[in-house]
Ligand binder design. Structure first.
Ligand code: SF4
Length: 685
């Protein structure tokens, strides 16, 4: 028997834990702890522990499929490539769009944006970061000059106060929860603000339940209390920031007194006062957030507010401090770094700057897409739905908008308006079912590459088995398709390491990296030279803005796009759970995870349930202005009265049939975290 252990990185959340894949006779059969793993020291959450179970699922796609007369038929790779190349050649560049993926490697993301810009010559390239942390990338870049987590995961363990808002860290990033526990053991205070009393709330010293969508008011209230008491860090403000007076003008308004913020948010004034004092008086405090902050029509405002608070209290650029957005998917940071965004090339080099356009045209030895900002994911869907014929073809790699995007009826209508859709995936997803061509791809265990975790640490994926049947590594598919479109010279890579060498050459923050240097612990970007040790803490001396100063942003609170009314009297918020991952294509095929949570539910407070005559476990009708679903009710005091919650993993109970696709005007992120809903008892006819 041939048995080997292959060290690799987890395919689920952005924590970037390492583990060993156990390979017996060439087939992945188990996950084993890798004690030396740099982020998690061998520990794993359930998703990581069972990350082998979907790999050899009988549902894996194993052959290319072409739709003929409304049905899929198996095809050869040559037939599929010829059809795709012929179709892509028949469209104008601006009629085509590509979606890359936070699930695949940096190398594959790099190749996808290069394919879009250099082969199709379209500016329309984006990926699902648009739906999770687009507000972070935009908001922190405005304030600090860099849109990423400022400190490392390990660093959180050195904080004296941890303020968590809009992140259920212990369920969504469980191994980051370990750093919080380490800090608590050393005496740190933990403050948790969220409409749900989650596993994270149970670890908190101070829990502040609030009405979804009132974040800016909460931040302004905390800052007013700090300034009123003279607890701000005046030395830091004077030396490292600008526009403090402008911030003060807004936050000192009566609207943001503790009493008024308490009325808007539902948090008792006394709790807000305690939180302000703990954050301001801690020797070092850190702020952790996730999609509870970003997925709003005011997502960028929310993100800038987190930065305001941490600059006000002088908690930037030091160990144990910082603004720490926890990125959702395993490689969403990397997909952004690789330029799978419509406004930037790799390393956030702007597509609108002529020098950057010339740099990439010269590096790729070809003409590239014109230097204008393309459509975001959400704009692609809106253009398809509202302006038929403007976008005609899409190439989607490893994404499933038919379950993950808001307002699914609208999304379905949009995708139906495409003339030609190519989906590259490992399973027949809801989106793949609508494709003209489906290309069978490889999962994380079947290819080499790198991924960048939430703390900007670039680490290796390692191939443990061959893809099933005729499925291929994504990087190979893109290169072969480019060759079929007469661009083979620009995609002549023998392996992912050669792709990474090109990435390092064109990306300043990755310049000093190579596969050899990434072993064993990875490197945090920026890593500008071959002898640079990487940068676990950003902004220690100055910010990445042109003058090196952090910029305070005065922000007024605005309510969500849709607020409860007589017809739809409750608030709906959505999110993930411990056992499942996004649209469930992988975790729902992992038996040890699926058995823990096989069906969806809507959480509702006992007070609301009593008003509606609803019992725990009863199937109810949940409706918004976008649609209705029938779903079991979970009556629980762990959700605030007036608020409901639905996990978005379940195609049988699709939360996104209900969510609102109203967008943040800057980041174009939709408002998944707050819309108006009604819940009704289903009465027998
Ligand atoms: Fe994987 Fe995240 Fe769990 Fe770590 S915490 S094992 S990266 S899902």
């Amino acid at each position: 028997m041939d048995l080997k252990y292959v060290s690799t990185t987890c395919p689920y959340c952005g924590t970037g834990c390492g583990f060993n894949l156990v390979v017996r006779n060439g087939r992945v059969v188990d996950v084993a702890h890798w004690q030396r793993a740099p982020v998690n020291g061998g520990k794993l959450c359930p998703k990581g522990r069972y990350a082998h179970e979907f790999v050899n699922s009988p549902d894996r796609l194993t052959k290319p499929l072409i739709r003929k007369d409304g049905k899929f038929e198996e095809a050869t790779w040559d037939e599929a490539y010829d059809l795709i190349a012929g179709k892509f050649r028949s469209y104008k560049p601006e009629e085509m769009a590509c979606l890359s993926s936070a699930r695949v490697s940096n190398e594959e993301n790099y190749l996808m944006q290069k394919f879009a810009r250099a082969v199709l010559k379209t500016p329309h390239i984006d990926h699902c970061a648009r739906l999770c942390h687009a507000s972070t990338v935009a908001g922190l870049a405005i304030v600090f000059g860099s849109g990423a987590m400022t400190n490392s995961i390990k660093d959180i363990g050195d904080a004296n106060c941890i303020f968590i808002i809009g992140s259920n860290t212990f369920e969504q990033h469980p191994l980051i929860g370990r750093s919080i526990v380490r800090a608590k053991e050393k005496g740190a205070k933990v403050i948790y603000a969220d409409p749900r009393y989650t596993a994270t709330g149970k670890q908190a010293d101070l829990y502040m339940p609030f009405v979804s969508g009132t974040d800016v008011a909460i931040f302004n209230g905390l800052m007013q209390e700090i300034i009123r008491n003279g607890w701000e860090d005046t030395e830091f403000i004077e030396k490292r920031t600008k526009d403090f007076e402008k911030l003060k003008e807004v936050v000192m308004k009566d609207d943001y007194s503790l009493e008024n913020v308490s009325k808007v948010s539902g948090i008792p004034a006394e709790s807000l006062k305690t939180a302000a004092e703990w954050i301001a008086k801690a020797e070092v405090a850190t702020l952790i957030y996730s999609m509870g902050i970003t997925q709003h029509t005011v997502g960028v405002d929310n993100v800038k507010s987190t930065a305001n608070l941490m600059m006000l209290t002088g908690n930037m650029g030091k160990r144990g401090g910082g603004v720490n957005p926890l990125r959702g998917q395993n490689n969403v940071q990397g997909a952004c770094d690789m330029g799978c965004l419509p406004n930037v090339y790799t390393g956030y080099q702007k597509v609108t700057e002529e020098a950057a356009q010339q740099k990439f045209a010269s590096a790729w030895c070809c003409g590239i897409a014109e230097g204008r900002v393309g459509y975001t994911v959400t704009e692609m869907i809106n253009v398809l739905a509202d302006e038929p014929g403007k976008l005609k073809a899409m190439y989607i790699m490893g994404e499933n908008p038919m379950l993950s995007d808001p307002d699914l009826t609208h999304v379905e209508h949009a995708i139906e308006n495409l003339e030609f859709l190519v989906v590259q995936d490992i399973f027949m997803s809801e989106t793949a079912e609508m494709a003209d061509v489906v290309l069978p791809a490889s999962c994380y265990a079947e290819k080499d590459g790198t991924q960048t975790n939430t703390e900007r640490r670039v680490q290796r994926f390692r191939k443990a088995q061959e893809p099933p049947g005729e499925a291929k590594e994504d990087w190979k598919i893109i290169c072969e398709l480019a060759a079929r479109m007469d661009m083979g010279d620009q995609f002549a890579f023998a392996n992912p390491e050669e792709v990474f060498t090109e990435i390092a050459a064109v990306t300043p923050s990755y310049h000093g990296m190579s596969y050899a240097r990434l072993d064993p612990d990875g490197l945090h970007w920026p890593c500008p030279t071959e002898d640079h040790p990487g940068t676990p803490i950003l902004h220690t001396e100055k910010f990445a803005t042109p003058d090196g100063l952090g910029i305070f942003s005065p922000i007024e609170w605005k309510p969500p796009a849709e607020i409860p009314d007589e017809e739809y009297p409750l608030v709906l918020t959505t999110g993930r759970i411990l056992w499942h991952w996004h649209t469930g294509t992988m975790t729902r095929r992992s038996w040890d995870l699926e058995k823990e949570a096989p069906i969806g539910w809507i959480e509702i407070n006992p007070g609301d349930a009593q008003d509606l005559g609803i019992k725990d476990g009863e199937v109810v009708k949940a409706s918004t202005r976008r649609g209705s679903i029938e779903i079991p009710a979970k009556v629980t005091a762990e959700i605030k009265k007036g608020v409901t919650f639905i996990p978005f993993h379940y195609k049988e109970h699709p939360a996104n049939a209900l969510t609102n696709n109203a967008l943040d005007p800057v980041a174009k992120i939709p408002e998944y975290k707050a819309c108006a809903i009604k819940v009704e008892k289903i009465t027998e006819a």
